[in-house]
Design a protein around this ligand. Structure first.
Ligand code: NI
Length: 176
């Protein structure tokens, strides 16, 4: 397994739509393992392949808290079969938008179909933080960030701060 560099916004690679995988083969399993290791190391509760520059419909999540038993989910080609009308609001963050958080409302419950690590089709119902986290990661597969759910004003404030941070980091590297 390997730690992969996480792309931070603003970056055109985070705006692309990812391609489905043909099957969960050894290459995709390796990607899932690397994503999970990178996510735990960050640390975060979800990570999607486009965040490490791989345009495939693959993501991992684990919402277990520190000290709890890990509950990793490795997901390929996810599809929402049903979403509740009822919404849930969580303060969301993202490893690609470090240190920025904002309230986002999404369907509170979903029924998800996906391919698992063994290339088996699974259908599960999800709610609470897990449902929100999976929907957030699925957005990444379509080039959507959580800030895209905010007002243009709020979104631009966050993206401008991140762009400034990036310029500072580049300047530091050049200066060193
Ligand atoms: Ni994210």
């Amino acid at each position: 397994m390997a730690l992969l560099p996480i792309i931070t916004a603003p970056d055109p690679r985070l705006k692309l739509a990812a391609e489905p995988v043909k099957a969960v083969d050894a290459v995709v399993r390796r990607l899932m393992d690397d994503l999970l290791e990178t996510m735990y190391d960050a640390p975060g509760i979800g990570l999607a392949a486009p965040q490490v520059g791989v345009q495939r419909r693959v993501l991992v999540v684990d919402i277990a808290r520190e000290g709890e038993k890990p509950q990793p989910l490795k997901i390929a080609n996810p599809e929402i079969l049903w979403r509740s009308e009822e919404l849930a609001t969580y303060s969301e963050g993202c490893l690609s938008l470090p240190e920025h958080y904002a309230d986002v409302s999404r369907p509170a419950r979903i029924r998800l179909r996906y391919l698992d690590y063994q290339n088996e089709i699974r259908e599960v119902e999800m709610e609470g933080l897990l449902a929100t986290c999976v929907q957030h990661e699925m957005d990444h597969l379509d080039g959507v960030l959580f800030v895209d759910h905010l007002s243009p004003l709020k979104r631009n404030i966050i993206l401008r701060k991140l762009a400034k941070l990036k310029r500072q980091k580049t300047a530091e590297t050049v200066g060193a």
